[in-house]
Design a protein around this ligand. Structure first.
Ligand code: ADP
Ligand code: ASP
Ligand code: MG
Length: 407
């Protein structure tokens, strides 16, 4: 008997018909003699709809209330899946984040899980029940308020629960049948990978491959949870996210990722002296805004310089306001914002030992006449910021240049 954690994303539970199919699959997993905990997302489009409603009522809705609002989407789908399971002869209970002991920090709309008290889940499992968990949510340790884990957060609920329960596997059911060399919706000849290392998947996820939320991969790597990504439409074998092995290092580039959820901010004419960058980025960090790429120009006169950086588009307006305030305090120049940018990235653990990847990437983009606005690198990835309108062109060109496609 195995303990299996499954997660069903928004499209997988996007209609009552889909919920019937998912419930049937959960029941069959239990019928094979396994204990099952299934995490569900809100029905497809539901979270976006709730955000839109709030934004029609207020330009900047309070984050605490947004969390209460958004957590309801997952509550609805979890209850519906449990209702269907009970109808078809299984015993199931639906639990909210709070009910299954998920405690987070208090950062509304992007809270991090701090602990999971598994007692209640085990009690239900021991009674032969299937536990259906409302994904994407928890409860703040300090305030007791409902929190959510950031967009795509049900993946993280699932892997964190799998780690806490020491489950045998965490199966992520979605609308594609695994991890591909690039988003299969953009690159038609993208190739499905049988397995991928946690570190590569973490890069892909942080670079915009939304198939798994980055925090979920972090949990998987830290607690060594085998994550299987597969389709709830075909139930075909999928991609295993696992520890790196020698085989994987032979491949120089394993995937291309893109992210349109990017904005570039720029502050001109800041004093070129120690402490200025620290002040700017401290202030941004205080507001829980993650900064990604940073470019500081070398100043011609040694007195003044420009600093640009990227943040996610959801944080852009907030960052812009902070920067305008800082510009006044620092006696700096103009502050500008550009939301029409995107990031394309090339990822592969083999890059560590194979030179020339950056050169090939820049050459490929230049052949397509695509201008690079910023660059960042790590041991296993290279990212370029480009104009958003060229995203698809860039992804396809890079996928071809690194010969990643199906023959
Ligand atoms: P869910 O609602 O199940 O959580 P998501 O929409 O969050 O599903 O993630 C699945 C989507 O991720 C796919 O439909 C696909 O377009 C996208 N995606 C982006 N990059 C990749 C990739 N490299 N491999 C597979 N899917 C990818
Ligand atoms: N419903 C949430 C979202 O749309 C969380 C999730 O689907 O994982 O982002
Ligand atoms: Mg998702």
């Amino acid at each position: 008997m195995a303990l299996i954690v499954q997660k069903y994303g928004g499209t997988s539970v996007g209609s009552l018909e889909r919920i019937k199919i998912v419930a049937q699959h959960i029941k069959e997993t239990q019928d094979k003699g396994n204990k099952v905990v299934a995490i569900v997302s809100a029905m497809a489009g539901e979270t976006d709809k709730l955000i839109k409603m709030a934004k029609e009522l207020s330009k900047r809705p309070s984050e605490r209330e947004m969390d209460l609002l958004l957590s309801s989407g997952e509550r609805i789908s979890s209850a519906l899946v449990a209702i269907r399971l009970n109808e078809i002869g299984a015993k199931a209970v639906a639990l909210t984040g709070r009910q299954c002991g998920i405690v987070t920090d208090e950062v509304h709309t992007k809270a991090r899980i701090k602990s999971i008290d598994t007692k209640r889940i085990f009690e239900h499992l021991d009674k032969g029940e299937i536990v259906i968990v409302a994904g994407f949510q928890g409860i703040s340790e300090t305030t007791g308020d409902v929190t959510t884990l950031g967009r795509g957060g049900s993946d993280t609920t699932a892997v964190a629960i799998a780690a806490a329960l020491k489950a045998d596997v965490c199966e992520i059911y979605t609308d594609v049948d695994g991890i591909y060399t690039a988003d299969p919706r953009i690159v038609k000849n993208a190739r499905k990978l049988d397995k991928i290392s946690y570190s590569e998947m973490m890069e892909l996820a942080s670079l915009g491959a939304k198939v798994l939320q980055i925090r979920s991969v972090e949990f998987g790597m830290k607690y060594n949870v085998p994550i299987m990504v597969l389709s709830s439409f075909t139930f075909n074998p999928g991609t295993l996210v696992t520890k790196e092995d020698e085989e994987m290092e032979k491949v120089v580039v394993s995937g291309i990722a893109h992210d349109k959820n990017q904005a570039r901010l720029k502050i001109n004419d800041v004093k070129d002296e120690p402490g200025v960058a620290a002040k700017i980025f401290n202030e941004i960090a205080k507001h829980n805004i993650n900064v990604d790429m940073i470019v500081q120009n070398v100043s011609d006169d040694g007195e003044k310089t420009d600093i640009s950086f990227t943040v996610s588009r959801d944080d852009a307006d907030k960052a812009f306001e902070i920067l305008q305030q800082l510009s006044k305090e620092l006696g700096a120049g103009n502050v500008s914002i550009n939301k029409d940018v995107a990031k394309v990235s090339v990822v592969g653990v083999g890059m560590r030992s194979h030179p020339g990847v950056a050169a090939k990437m820049f050459e490929t983009l230049s052949k397509e006449n695509i201008n690079i606005r910023a660059i960042s690198t790590s041991e296993i990835k290279i990212s370029c910021l480009i104009d958003e309108k060229y995203t698809e062109l860039a992804v396809r060109a890079l996928h071809d240049a690194f010969e990643l496609g199906e023959e």
